[in-house]
Design a binder for this molecule. Sequence first.
Ligand SMILES: Cc1cc2nc3c(=O)[nH]c(=O)nc-3n(C[C@H](O)[C@H](O)[C@H](O)COP(=O)(O)O)c2cc1C
Length: 334
Amino acid sequence: MVYRIARSALFLLPPETAHALTLDAVRLRGKLIRPPAHKGPPVNVMGLSFGNRIGLAAGFDKNGVGVDGWFSLGFGHVEVGTVTPKPQAGNPRPRVFRLPAAGGIINRMGFPNDGAERVAARLRLRRNPGIVGVNIGKNAATPLERAIDDYVLCMRTVFTVADYITVNVSSPNTVGLRSLQGSEQLAPLLTAVIEEAHTLELQHRKRVPVVVKISPDLASDELREIAKVAASIPVDGIIATNTTIARDAVASHALAKETGGLSGRPLLAKSCAAVRVLRATLGSSMPIIGVGGVASAADAQLLRQAGADLVQAYTGLVYRGPRLVHELAAALRV
Ligand SMILES: Cc1cc2nc3c(=O)[nH]c(=O)nc-3n(C[C@H](O)[C@H](O)[C@H](O)COP(=O)(O)O)c2cc1C
């Protein structure tokens, strides 16, 4: 009820203004309110102990300004980023569009962020010991042939402040990024990142699992190929999925033609299908983090049944507000 009133006000504002106000409120909340004790036993995935199965998806808190606040809302983990080696402004505005009738958002942000170093410095100051993932990407100005350098540099910069690191090769808003999902490019990229992680692990005596985040627009055989590459290296897990460039589910909507990635309710069927294919290919051992279109307990259960160990949400939070977090955590408690 309270959020429904707040939402009416927030939805009168441009999406990015509403988003900035929300982040301010979350940051303030983190200073004032202690996180609730997690109900139920911790969940062990990738050698990490999560308070529950629900996480904040990447992109909501790109710069890690509200981590303590997110935990105070009941999240079991928070993924910050995408961060790039150098700070960058992202694409020109407007670049975020709400599609309320469809429960969706189209965005073409293009990784605006403070840069890996500033975000790492900020994360060093967080108080809550909950699980924080850092999602890494390449700068728009870095040529695709040099992408590996950017990922390795980010990895080095955030290693000591991250509980896990996500290699994002699936944003549709950085030119060419998604081509890194092809096995000829993905295998060398992930090999380089994992080698760097092993070096840093010895140096800092700390293990940081590495996961790869993939697109919902891959065909089943491409998904199977990625699963095989991921298992052969191996990485520690797969996040499925990022936003979709498809518009079939919102074809009649006035904003459907906006360029960018579509998230929210129209994505649920695709994210569930991707997780199902990955799980069938990988067997039970490789952790999968399911994300895409979760806005209710039933949605989270669908992703879990498809094979996800953990579930993240972004757009559902915009439409349903903070009470969604407890609803999802409770639904996946068993
Ligand atoms: C405005 C916006 C910005 C996003 N930025 C990122 C990002 O920087 N990195 C990333 O990996 N995913 C990003 N995402 C994708 C989300 O993390 C998530 O994978 C996707 O939105 C599907 O989940 P949802 O339907 O719960 O929103 C973004 C999504 C939105 C809506």
